[in-house]
Design a protein around this ligand. Structure first.
Ligand code: UT7
Length: 330
């Protein structure tokens, strides 16, 4: 379509040091390590200190890319932060990152698509490279889920954690880079997963606080019933339309919401298990950050080589879901 291909040329991530283990949660709510591990695959999650917001983690993940690439922040043209837990309603966390990193030549905005936020932002950012409008676009997925989690609600508090991951997009060589994407939305899913208050519909009030409406509300069973088939189908769909089968994929980086959802996806696509990134045991569900953290750790562990087919997939609130196929470039 366009003469240029958007290519990931750098990855970085940041997770807070503080761990919240299943054993810790056993002391906070009526749960058990056995229940959490067997139902979700989660063993522990990271929690960002009070007084720090999502932009702090986003900044750290971007700093590591600039450091590794020897790049100056002034070389960045655009910063997109995918998040549902911005530091504040406005201005965007992307603007805070832009200021703190000193990216004085970049424009910046946030994008909200919950657990699919990184995939949505990757595709949006990629367009600016492919049209030739920009040379360096940074896409960050970052969420401080602990800031909207009710640690007295066992249905949700075991599931989420904090973290951030970032990628740098640049024009690449033909045959490498972003190849294909399929993204979906179905807003009828709002009733099953949302943060009810704090927006324009239900601004913060004594009543919304007393009713705990600023925390995540989730009907886990309904979301599970949606996520399993949708993430598996969209992963299979992108393989099929690109003439690929599971064994052609060198690395699969799925969203990390539940190990059983990941397993269903792997079964449907027939991707060999040793090529699947799983870090839900250590980080739980960090929403928009799961996929870029997974990519960044895989790169650190030398699990990615030039020319590799890489598949990304997600499903989450909205509903939003999708898949992305790319060829690793370095
Ligand atoms: O990324 C955003 C998208 N979110 C997701 O993809 C999450 C999708 N949903 C899930 O991953 C799963 O539905 C959960 C992990 C949230 C729940 O697992 P489940 O196997 O669907 O359990 P359930 O909701 O059917 O609950 C089974 C039982 C219930 O007890 P009863 O009603 O059978 O007596 C729950 O009350 O487990 C109980 N339960 C717990 N027990 C111990 C729920 N949470 C806990 C807990 N510890 N933390």
């Amino acid at each position: 379509m366009y003469p240029l291909t958007a290519t990931i040329t750098g990855v970085g991530h940041y997770v807070p040091e503080q761990k919240l283990t299943n054993t810790d949660l056993e002391k906070m709510v009526d749960t058990s390590d056995e229940w959490i591990t067997s139902r979700t695959g989660i063993r522990e999650r990271r929690i960002l200190d009070e007084g720090l917001g999502t932009s702090f983690m986003a900044l750290k993940s971007l700093e590591s890319i600039l450091h590794n690439k020897g790049l100056d922040a002034r070389d960045i043209d655009l910063i997109i932060v995918a998040t549902i837990t911005p530091d504040m309603v406005f201005p965007s966390s992307a603007c805070l990152v832009q200021d703190q990193i000193g990216a004085t030549n970049a424009w910046a905005f946030d994008l909200s698509a919950a657990c699919s936020g990184f995939l949505y932002a990757l595709m949006v950012g990629g367009q600016f490279i492919e049209t030739g409008a920009h040379k360096r676009v940074v896409v960050i997925g970052a969420d401080k889920m602990s800031s909207i989690t009710d640690y007295t609600d066992r249905d949700t508090c075991v599931l989420f954690g904090d973290g951030a991951g970032a990628v740098l997009l640049e024009p690449g060589e033909p045959g490498l880079g972003l190849k294909d994407f399929i993204l979906y939305s179905d807003g009828s899913g709002v009733k099953y997963l949302r943060q009810p208050a704090g927006g324009s519909l239900l601004p913060a009030s004594r009543e919304t606080v007393e009713k705990k409406m600023h925390y995540i509300y989730q009907d886990g069973r309904e979301v599970f019933k949606f996520a399993v088939p949708k993430m598996a189908e969209v992963s299979a769909q992108i393989l099929e339309r690109n003439g690929l089968v599971g064994k052609d994929i060198a690395l699969f980086v799925p969203h990390q919401a539940n190990k059983r959802i990941i397993d269903a996806c792997v079964k449907r696509t027939d991707i060999p298990e040793d090529r699947v990134v799983v870090n839900i045991d250590r980080y739980a569900n960090t929403s928009a950050a799961t996929i870029p953290i997974g990519l960044s750790e895989a790169a650190e562990q030398s699990r990615l080589n030039r020319g590799d087919n890489v598949l990304l997939a997600s499903a989450g609130a909205g509903y939003t879901w999708g898949s992305t196929l790319l060829t690793w470039a370095y």
